[in-house]
Design a protein around this ligand. Structure first.
Ligand code: FE
Length: 131
């Protein structure tokens, strides 16, 4: 019986289209809002069809030396071409990208997770130093 962590895949976002690429400054100032963007398919586009798409991205912040992560954002991507006429007929789509304004006094790691409806769970992370 696998644990959830064993089902989360990881790779380089430049070569694996499911990985959420985290765009954040390497350094941030204490208490100042910092924009964090996570995008699936930044280098290699992931399919966005009714049958195959990215459902959500969740962002966590893990402060250095702390046991528990903080969830800082979650975006659901809910339109993938479906309509009353059937799959891939609406021309309405959401792109799997989310930007959030975030602040903290602590350095740590931004962890992004994403979910593809047929290829499961993926994650990546980016270090952020706060001074
Ligand atoms: Fe996929």
């Amino acid at each position: 019986m696998p644990a959830l962590k064993e089902l989360i895949q990881s790779a380089d976002w430049k070569t694996e289209k499911h990985i959420p690429a985290v765009d954040a400054p390497a350094g941030a100032k204490k208490g100042e809002w910092t924009k964090i963007t996570a995008t699936v398919g930044k280098e290699i586009a992931h399919p966005n069809t009714t049958a195959h798409h990215i459902r959500w991205i969740t962002l966590f912040f893990a402060p250095d030396g702390e046991k528990f992560p903080y969830q800082i954002a979650r975006a659901e991507f809910a339109a993938h071409g479906e309509s009353a006429q059937g799959a891939d007929t609406s021309t309405v789509y959401t792109h799997p990208e989310v930007t959030v304004n975030f602040k903290t006094d602590k350095s740590g790691t931004i962890i992004a997770s994403s979910y593809c409806n047929i290829h499961g769970l993926w994650e990546s992370s980016k270090r952020i130093d706060v001074k």
